[in-house]
Ligand binder design. Sequence first.
Ligand code: HEC
Length: 186
Amino acid sequence: MRYAWIAIALATACGRTEPAKPAACPPATPCPPVATPAPIVPPAPTPPAAADCAAPTGANPVQTEMRRLECALQQAVAAIGRDELPAIAHQLHVVHAAKEATAQAIAAGTWAPATGDVKAFVALDQAFHRELEALVEASMARDHAAAAAALGRTLGGCQGCHAAFRPAAPAPTAPAPAAAPHDHAH
Ligand code: HEC
């Protein structure tokens, strides 16, 4: 039964190349080579396509800014590893534009932090963006050490602002399951 299927498969395969002479290709004989296949050249490894950090949007200007910031800093890590530092500056321009939109919304009174004082928020935001500018300058200068240090300072600034100005996460509806004892021995 199995051989019958193979025979049919071979006959079908050969029939495709030589439709007029199926007898020239009996099932037991392998098909003659039709043409030398071109050598398969594996494609050169390409880096993952850079994300378009202008794409994410949120429910308000700050959420949009934050999503783009998160994207841009992920790209910054990739750019440091791939020695493409100027790409960092490009991504951070997107964040800067989003920050301008936030500033306009604050000035127009259409956005204010859920908690805390607006003026304190603006001061913290400006200090934070100065760190981002240092990151831009270091990346334009292709200065790896300075870019990595500025990236570290930038990441160090996230939680301080979130703790003061970010709306609290919604309370869990169900009690969280008891945490399993964590095994540090491995
Ligand atoms: C100057 C203040 C400030 C700084 C600095 C800041 N954030 Fe935020 N971030 C906020 C606020 C305010 C929100 C809440 C926005 C909302 O939900 O309306 C937020 C929300 C977020 C969110 C959630 C966005 C969403 O999808 O709802 C992410 C992700 C985030 N921040 C990332 C970061 C990262 C990463 C850094 C540091 C590199 C950072 N933020 C630094 C103020 C800040």
